[in-house]
Design a protein around this ligand. Structure first.
Ligand code: PSU
Ligand code: MN
Length: 303
């Protein structure tokens, strides 16, 4: 496996010197955000990690090679090329075989990061249980990957268009610890809280790190989700978000949009309904999560 992977110099050095590293995913670049915001967010997330003295490792697949620490050119390919494949764990090896340019989801990014014991990972929102799960059985492999790997994942919840309550329950079933940084309830991605009470709230970064160290000692081979609310200045109201989602689902039904096309369609529609407010919230929470991950990893490696 390791010979299929290209690690950039700064990440390699950080691994060998046991320095703080934060892994970042690339599907939010290729499929989650529009061009050119996607490039800006990718770069600013890297800077947010670096500003805290940690090394950023954006993970993706370029021409069939797994890359840990994408270059600016790599990020541009994933941000611009319409043929970029979204790779989760089920189609991961096929993408290598086909020598594709591909972006990695939370699921596959965690799998790759774990090979090199990169623990900290930041993203916007994880995948989860879809609203119409009873008909589609659509549940993201992100949840399984979180239970198969041992990572510390900083996020603002799950994608808002999901069934957040079911997602929260399934995380518990999979034995994934759900804690908040200054959050008592699971955030709702674009809005600060849902009704789902987290397993614990921590007000201090140092407290989270002490807790993570206990987990290491206990050798719990499961990931821990650390929820961080969308920054206040860009936070939206739940009632507005719910309305935009409902309206967009109706429009999708009228236009017979389904399957793989549904999520991007909905996200785009919701953004139009919200007058670009959801995009702004999305951008700001991703960067804020990268910043928190940088701080956590630095504290973890220095304590
Ligand atoms: N959240 C977003 N936008 C995204 C994603 C999450 O707001 O694009 C991406 C993440 O990479 C996540 C993936 O891992 O979607 C989940 O996809 P699926 O539901 O197909 O497993
Ligand atoms: Mn799915």
């Amino acid at each position: 496996m390791k010979n299929l992977i290209k690690i950039n110099k700064s990440v390699q050095e950080a691994i060998s010197l046991n320095k703080p590293i934060v892994a970042l995913e690339s599907t939010l670049i290729s499929h989650g955000l529009p061009y050119p915001d996607n490039i800006k967010v990718a770069k600013e997330s890297i800077m947010a990690v670096q500003d805290n003295g940690a090394v950023a490792a954006t993970i993706g697949i370029i021409n069939g090679k797994i890359k840990i620490g994408l270059s600016e050119e790599d990020i541009e390919i994933l941000a611009k090329d319409k043929n970029v494949q979204k790779v989760s764990n089920h189609n991961f090896s096929l993408s290598i075989y086909k020598k594709q340019n591909a972006s990695t989801t939370v699921a596959s990014t965690l799998s790759i990061a774990s090979i090199f014991n990169i623990k900290f990972f930041a993203t916007g929102g994880i995948g989860g249980v879809h609203l119409n799960v009873d008909k589609t059985y659509d549940i993201s492999a992100d949840l399984h990957s979180l239970s198969e790997n041992t990572n510390y994942v900083i996020c603002s919840g799950a994608k808002s268009i999901l069934d957040l309550n079911k997602t929260f329950e399934l995380l518990e079933t999979l034995s994934i610890t759900r804690v908040g940084y200054k959050a008592n309830y699971m955030p709702g991605f674009w809005y600060p809280e849902t009704d789902n009470k987290l397993d614990n709230n921590f007000d201090q970064i140092s407290e989270i790190c002490s807790f993570l160290k206990i987990n290491e000692k206990m050798k719990r081979n499961k990931s821990i989700l650390i929820f961080n609310k969308v920054p206040k200045e860009n936070a939206l109201k739940k009632v507005n978000v719910d309305n935009w989602i409902k309206k967009s689902i109706k429009i999708a039904k009228e236009n017979k949009i389904s399957g793989k096309d549904l999520t991007p369609f909905l996200i785009n529609e919701i953004n139009k309904e919200s007058n670009n407010q959801t995009l702004k919230a999305n951008i700001s929470l991703i960067i804020s999560n990268a910043d928190l991950a940088g701080k956590l990893s630095r504290e973890f490696f220095s304590s």
